[in-house]
Design a protein around this ligand. Structure first.
Ligand code: NCN
Ligand code: DMD
Length: 362
């Protein structure tokens, strides 16, 4: 079954994703060599400028203002003791986001980002927790996923609804004038779901993709590997159908993140990918629609070992490596100033001709 054949709205969205504009990228590359610096001397920032040219089709791209969107959901598999924290912490952290006290609130303020938290599946009731500065949107699809050890995470309809909720959140941010999406998540036990998805989608052994998440012990890690192996064994899924993989072993916030990347790509804006869970969601989006890949910029390298496997599957090299493993979009938010700097380089630097500086190459 083609992945999106039974999800017409998503298929329409995926059909709107155009390949990035390689010609605009070539023009940016040529223009960079006219600026007052030795060719290539701004290193990875130049590659970033080229990618922003490809994504936007603009000679002078702009990425401000950015949007931070944090998707929150719970995971039934938390009942198996796979996380260092209890499921209730998801709802408590959503309340913390609403109060402005989480890392992503601080970092979003640093970069003047629009912040929105979207409850796509928190087990507890989050209604009326948001504020004007830190809104919490109620897009709850169900109260947490099923425990993947004993039942599918969600139905195929719920998986499609999760992607759709993510696409709608991205559209709200873009309609409000945001020009870059920073997508994050919060969900106790979601490294278990993301690891299961990654193992199934890439064929990697579970033991090679699982890490300690929020900080479980080494005994806890062995238990987590065993839970994921048994969950994959117990589920009947079409491993060539990414939506079926999401429905069987994934998470509501993971589907929503993939939907946000799809919508961002369809609207031609750069999407900054955060850590491990975010990169597995990016892999899901690219499996549904390979053209999305050109719109993704990878913010940081997470400490979670599976992140390297997911990055490799996407042929991606992150901008930063700060030893972080928080989630929430925090690493992506910290990488945003580099995108802004790449735009400033194109917008503000003088050319050799303008500045009267000899270009020794000619
Ligand atoms: O982004 C990452 O790379 C990352 C790595 C490890 C943990 N996390 C965060 O920690 C939570 C999941 O960890 P766990 O141990 O409960 O599966 C979830 O809320 C994630 O945002 C995030
Ligand atoms: C406190 C806490 C904050 C988080 N932010 C993202 N994931 C998280 C997990 C925990 C446990």
């Amino acid at each position: 079954m083609p992945p999106l054949s039974d999800a017409p709205a998503l298929k329409t969205l995926a059909d709107r994703v155009r390949p990035v504009d390689r010609r605009a990228g070539d023009a940016t590359r040529a223009y960079l060599d006219t600026l007052t610096k030795p060719p290539g001397s701004l290193g990875d920032l130049e590659a970033l400028a080229v990618q922003l040219g490809e994504i936007t089709g603009q000679a002078k791209p702009e990425v401000t203002p950015p949007a931070c969107i944090v998707f929150a959901a719970d995971h039934g598999v938390a009942a198996e003791g796979v996380s260092a924290f209890d499921q209730e912490v998801t709802a408590q952290m959503v309340a913390n986001f609403a109060a402005g006290g989480a890392a992503i609130n601080a970092f979003a303020r640093c970069i003047d980002a629009r912040l929105e938290v979207v409850d796509v599946g928190v087990a507890g009731d989050m209604a009326d927790t948001g504020t004007a500065d830190n809104p919490v949107v109620n897009a709850k699809i169900r109260r947490g996923t099923g425990n993947i050890l004993t039942e599918p995470a969600m139905s195929c309809e719920e998986a499609v609804a999760a992607l759709d909720a993510g696409a709608q959140a991205a559209s709200r941010a873009l309609d409000a004038g945001c020009r870059c999406l920073i997508v994050g998540e919060m969900g106790i036990a979601n490294t278990t779901a993301a690891s299961a998805m990654l193992a199934v989608l890439t064929g990697h052994p579970v033991s090679g993709v699982v890490g300690t998440g929020t900080g479980i012990s080494s005994a806890g890690l062995s238990h987590k590997v065993s839970v994921i192996e048994r969950a994959i064994e117990a589920r009947w899924m079409d491993v060539s159908n990414p939506l079926d993989v999401l429905a069987n072993v994934g998470g509501l916030e993971i589907g929503a993140m993939a939907g946000a990347y799809l919508a961002g790509a369809a609207r031609g804006v750069p999407c900054l990918v955060d850590g491990f869970i975010a990169t597995v969601a990016a892999l899901l989006a690219c499996e549904l629609c390979p053209e999305v890949r050109g719109y993704l910029i990878f913010g940081h390298r997470s400490e979670e070992p599976g992140h390297d496997v997911a990055l490799e599957a996407l042929d991606a090299a992150p901008l930063l490596a700060l030893g972080m493993r928080l989630g929430e979009g925090s690493g992506a938010a910290l990488a945003f100033p580099l995108l802004d700097a790449a735009c400033a380089m194109l917008r503000e630097m003088a050319t050799f001709a303008d500045a009267g500086v000899d270009d020794s190459r000619s």
